[in-house]
Design a protein around this ligand. Structure first.
Ligand SMILES: O=C(O)[C@@H](CO)OP(=O)(O)O
Length: 347
């Protein structure tokens, strides 16, 4: 080992599976990691955020030594305007975080297990999304994250049609070099009037395995109410060949910690449009719920939830009820000022 300090930061180990399987629970000091990239060897100090009861493979680590000086070896991939090299994020910054479960889908209406099947909203779902949009129409939104499924994307887009700031939500296409290059915007002014929308499979509904497409009532009749309740609402029992809530939480919370939290830390106001189980996972993380508490948490379609991220903590602020609900805007001075700015702009 050359022993030079070359990078500090938060990120995800590319070889985390190795540790995950070894089942460490706490800080274990320095660990030597191979295969981060083409033969570079790195010593890291790391700890696993398992205090909240996840079988998490997400790690917080500090690289202390490496055989090569290329910082790119462990530079995490950046999302747009996302500066991961900022080693000391402003702890004093404050940001709003809005969570929205998608509106009713055609398979919710038919009472079918949906999971990762990509089903659109019903007319009622469209109306719920618009209603959700009204409730958050005075709350700043700088970035939007949605799952890769159309029902969450429709919800985000429909909600934003109600926003008073009238910025244009634009889906970023980073799936290939060509997609990136063909969707470029060449005006800085136009960019300023838009909101980047990032789609991520990690925010998808939990994969429901061999239940996908089956009727929930018929499945209960066939396998018994208790069995189906266990598949639907236990924490760590997966449905046949599907994901348990715990498995869904692993990837949804890792994504939240890796990609979304750094944006909040830098003061960006964020909306996440996702699904019952991916959002329950994220709420479990934000509210530090136990695996027992999360299984009784039910989320309604189209009711946005507001959190304020301040001094490194998430403060739950319930659901903003319509643009006339004064209380929401008194939560923080920053939100009140934003609302006042909108009033001035629009009158
Ligand atoms: O079918 C699904 O994908 C989910 C959400 O609608 O169902 P459940 O209520 O069992 O989590």
């Amino acid at each position: 080992m050359a022993g030079a300090v070359f990078h500090q930061g938060i990120g995800r180990l590319q070889s985390y599976q190795h540790f995950h399987n070894s089942g460490f629970h706490q800080e274990v000091g320095n660990v030597s990691v191979k295969s981060i990239s083409k033969g570079f060897h790195v010593d890291i100090g790391w700890s696993v955020s398992r205090k909240r009861g996840y079988r998490s493979c997400r790690t917080s680590f500090t690289v202390v030594r490496a055989t090569a000086s290329q910082t790119s070896v462990v530079d995490p991939v950046s999302t747009p305007s996302h500066d991961r090299t900022n080693e000391h994020p402003k702890k004093s910054s404050e940001a709003a975080l809005i969570l929205i479960r998608h509106g009713e889908s055609l398979w919710n209406e038919k009472n079918l297990f949906t999971g990762c099947v990509d089903v659109p909203l019903t007319k009622k779902g469209v109306e719920e999304a618009i209603e959700a949009g009204k409730r958050i129409s005075n709350i700043p939104v700088d970035m939007i994250y949605t799952s890769s499924l159309i029902r969450a994307q429709m919800t985000a887009m429909l909600a934003m049609t109600q926003h008073r700031r009238r910025k244009v939500p634009i889906i970023l296409h980073n799936e290939s070099e060509q997609a990136r290059s063909w969707s470029q915007i060449f005006s800085e002014d136009t960019k300023k009037q838009s909101i980047p929308v990032i789609t991520a499979w990690q925010l998808n509904e939990r994969m429901y395995g061999e239940l996908q497409g089956l009727n929930k009532q018929e499945t209960a009749d066939r396998f018994g109410k208790e069995k189906v309740h266990e598949w639907r609402r236990s924490y760590d029992i997966p449905p046949p060949n599907g994901e348990s809530l715990e498995m869904c939480a692993e990837r949804a919370v890792a994504y939240f910690e890796d990609e979304i939290e750094p944006q909040l830390l830098s003061g960006k106001n964020i909306m996440i449009a996702a699904h019952g189980n991916s959002l329950r996972s994220i709420i479990m993380y934000l509210d530090k719920l136990t695996s027992q508490e999360v299984i009784s948490l039910e989320l309604s379609t189209g009711i946005p939830m507001l959190y304020i991220f301040k001094e490194g903590r998430f403060i739950r602020r319930g659901s903003p009820v319509g643009p006339t609900e004064a209380g929401v805007y008194a939560y923080t001075r920053r939100l009140a000022q934003y609302r006042q700015k909108l009033d001035e702009m629009l009158h």
